[in-house]
Design a protein around this ligand. Structure first.
Ligand SMILES: Nc1ncnc2c1ncn2[C@@H]1O[C@H](COP(=O)(O)OP(=O)(O)O)[C@@H](O)[C@H]1O
Ligand SMILES: [Mg+2]
Length: 282
């Protein structure tokens, strides 16, 4: 099992979109067992992969859990976030089966993708006691070792969720939008990561930087930003990148990866390429 966080301190750079498509691509094209953890209370990855109905059903089911139950086991008298009704409880750690949704299953040995969904009510754990940030790591080490990859989609904040993701991860990948303003955040992220992992006594490796939301034809400032980064960080930058494409935006509404939404489009090809490069680099 390799745990890899997709991180960038900036929002709207295509982190979630890349994480969802790469995770699905690993399962679909490379026939691997993959778990994607929606690590963001904004639950965008959950929304991408689940229909609204399926998501609400999962949240309302007292036997099912989300990332929240991994941080904070259900207590007696907790309130159903959808209906407002009190629901029955179980204080013990929830099973992996209860906390995951099956997104794709190719059959034995043919790849599968499971999701640990997130929920807005995760914000309730933000102020809880110390040690909470280790719970994701402990849970994955205990229950998720059968996966080839665990991909964590991180929020764009230095919060307990990002800390939990870092503690749980062996490596991280930075989706990055090639504009000068997005690139300024990069040293900030790296410095914070270094300090945080030093303090925690762990070492986290960088998989690399992947350009996303690349526009064509490329505006001058974007091209300069990409060239600079490629020159200064040669081996870190993925050879393959993801363009800004309406097929990608539409695939979000259809709750499927872009290569299933339109298998012949350019973005579908790009995701295949990025996914293969990801496998080669990890
Ligand atoms: N390659 C792309 N082409 C078109 N739209 C994209 C692409 N990547 C992301 N988007 C859109 O941009 C917005 C932000 O993307 P998202 O992946 O949620 O970013 P982040 O997770 O960094 O906040 C979303 O509306 C998403 O649908
Ligand atoms: Mg996101």
């Amino acid at each position: 099992m390799q745990v890899i966080s997709f991180m960038n301190m900036k929002g709207g750079v295509g982190k979630t979109t890349l994480a969802v498509n790469v995770a699905y691509g690993l399962a679909y094209f490379h026939k691997l067992n993959v778990l994607i953890v929606d690590g963001d209370p904004q639950f965008n990855a959950s929304q991408y992969l689940l229909s609204t109905k399926a998501y609400i059903q999962h949240l309302g089911d007292p036997k099912k859990g989300t990332l929240k139950e991994i941080f904070m086991p259900k207590k007696p008298g907790s309130v159903n976030t959808v209906t407002g009704a009190a629901k029955p409880t179980d204080k013990s750690k929830m099973s992996l089966g209860a906390c995951t949704c099956s997104i794709f299953d190719g059959g034995p040995g043919r790849g599968k993708l499971d999701l640990i969904p997130s929920t807005l009510s995760l914000i309730e754990i933000e102020t809880s006691k110390r040690g909470t940030e280790s719970k994701l790591k402990n849970y994955l080490n205990e229950k998720a070792t059968a996966y080839d990859y665990v991909i964590i989609d991180c929020p764009p904040t230095i919060s307990i969720f990002t800390q939990a993701a870092i503690l749980a991860s062996h490596k991280y990948l930075v989706p990055i939008k090639p504009d000068p303003l997005s690139i300024v955040g990069l040293p900030l992220l790296e410095r914070w990561l270094e300090e945080y992992s030093d303090d925690a006594g762990i070492a986290i490796k960088k998989v690399g930087l992947v350009f996303t939301l690349v526009r064509g034809p490329l505006p001058g400032a974007m091209r300069d930003a990409m060239d600079d980064l490629r020159k200064n960080r040669k081996s870190e930058v993925f050879n393959h990148f993801l363009s800004q494409a309406t097929d990608v935006a539409k695939s979000v509404d259809r709750h499927e990866p872009v290569f299933l939404y339109n298998s012949n489009c350019k973005a579908a090809r790009q995701i295949r390429e990025i996914t293969s490069e990801f496998v080669a680099r990890t």
